[in-house]
Design a protein around this ligand. Structure first.
Ligand SMILES: C[S@@+](CC[C@H](N)C(=O)[O-])C[C@H]1O[C@@H](n2cnc3c(N)ncnc32)[C@H](O)[C@@H]1O
Length: 186
């Protein structure tokens, strides 16, 4: 659990960068737990995170994944990357200071889980579709893309790209919806 000062600092940074972060505070503990439920806990797996922020979900992913797995965490804000580099010392973590839309430039081969908190509401239709298309391509068959959203307006879009989407509502205010989207095709 993050210390109070860190949480305050995170809220200030998020608010200052609202157009990029799409949030004024980091996600709740309830969301951290739900969104990491599809992370495989055994074997040498490749996991990807979109929108690392100050690394709260990143820590939970590292908790869930095996010692032989690797986590590529994408984040567009350089300051957030520097913050996490100082905060989390874990050799399994590869911080990528680039956008989710460039996943194919940084990650080779199939990915075993993608966990995302990027703000789709702030993206153009073209950018959202580029990210979702490349996400689907990158995922291994029968694996999951898990995304937190604070409204259901993107449901159709996610259902169009993925073979099955399950939505879990979280009880915190504002209510969040964790989408677990599965890929069934090769
Ligand atoms: C709502 S914050 C979530 C941060 C943290 N993971 C959490 O759950 O509290 C969204 C994060 O996504 C980052 N972001 C925005 N667009 C992005 C993109 N295209 N690719 C990767 N990260 C992006 C923002 O800078 C911000 O840190």
């Amino acid at each position: 659990m993050m210390k109070k000062n860190n949480k305050l600092n995170t809220a200030i940074q998020f608010t200052k960068n609202i157009l990029t972060t799409g949030a004024i505070a980091e996600t709740s503990r309830e969301v951290e737990v739900e969104i990491t439920k599809k992370i495989p806990s055994e074997g040498a797996k490749i996991i990807v995170e979109f929108g690392m922020g100050h690394g709260n979900i990143t820590k939970e992913i590292l908790e869930q994944m095996s010692p032989d797995s690797k986590l590529y965490s994408f984040e567009v804000k350089k300051e957030f990357c520097e913050h996490v580099k100082n905060e989390i010392k874990d050799e399994r973590l590869i911080i990528v200071n680039d956008g989710a839309e460039n996943i194919s430039k940084h990650v080779d081969g199939k990915v075993d889980a993608i966990v995302s908190s990027i703000p789709f509401t702030f993206f153009s239709k073209e950018k959202s579709e580029l990210i979702l298309g490349d996400t689907y391509k990158a995922l291994a068959k029968d694996h999951f893309f898990s995304q937190i959203l604070y409204s259901k307006i993107h449901t159709k879009k996610l259902e169009n790209f993925f073979d099955k989407c399950t939505i879990v509502k979280t009880s915190n205010f504002p209510a969040g919806f964790v989408y677990h989207c599965e890929k069934h095709e090769e």
